[in-house]
Ligand binder design. Sequence first.
Ligand SMILES: [Zn+2]
Ligand SMILES: [Zn+2]
Length: 253
Amino acid sequence: MKDYYSILGIEQNAGETLIKSRYRNLAAIYHPDKNPDSQSKFLDINEAYKTLMDPVLRNIYDKDLKEYEKFKNALPENKVIPYRSRLRDGGNVNINIDFTNEIKSGAGEFIEKTVNIERYIKCPACAGEGRDKGTLATDCSYCRGTGTVKNRGTNINEACGNCGGYGDIFLYRCKVCNGMARIKTSEKIKLNFAVSELLGGKKNIVFEDNGDEGVFGGKNGNLNVAVKIDEDVFGKTSNGGKGFLNRLLFFRK
Ligand SMILES: [Zn+2]
Ligand SMILES: [Zn+2]
């Protein structure tokens, strides 16, 4: 969040006369006609002046500034907002696979399955940057760079909807991923399952890091496979003997 007071070099209780005179001094120094390198500084000075000279805008700004300072001071060593990392992490992808037929036909040590999965991968167009090459990000004006806004009903800080909780906004978003840095794809992948695990009754097999891609430094999600094997494979036969699975296990010994 920009500090308009330090931009103009004044105290937070400065009156209009002082704001005006500081603005005139600084605008004269940093005017782009005289100083072409100071375009952004000049814009900041104007923004600060316009905001602080309007009693309504200044009132809103002062409140936000106080919140921002409180919030910033509460962060241990300016750590980023907790849910930034959550937003950057990839989600888990869950699929179901039925192994009944493979198990019945007497599998070897491993079963290879080709599955179609939908997941987020790093955007190839921007290499996971989310923005056009060489362009910059700017503070989100809605949350003023904090990534959070206070819910007026609950009084709890929530992720800013304008910037998605990141606190900054890309000036030129990658058009392929729309600034998300990842895209959803549908692809066929091969997975290997140990038959011993399946027969051991494992209901969920996890392939770590194979879920949605984490972006902006976040972790990848996992791919969770819910295992299905028909109950009658495990069950008992009508003549009271062991079920198919038990016979198989016996055979394997
Ligand atoms: Zn924001
Ligand atoms: Zn992209």
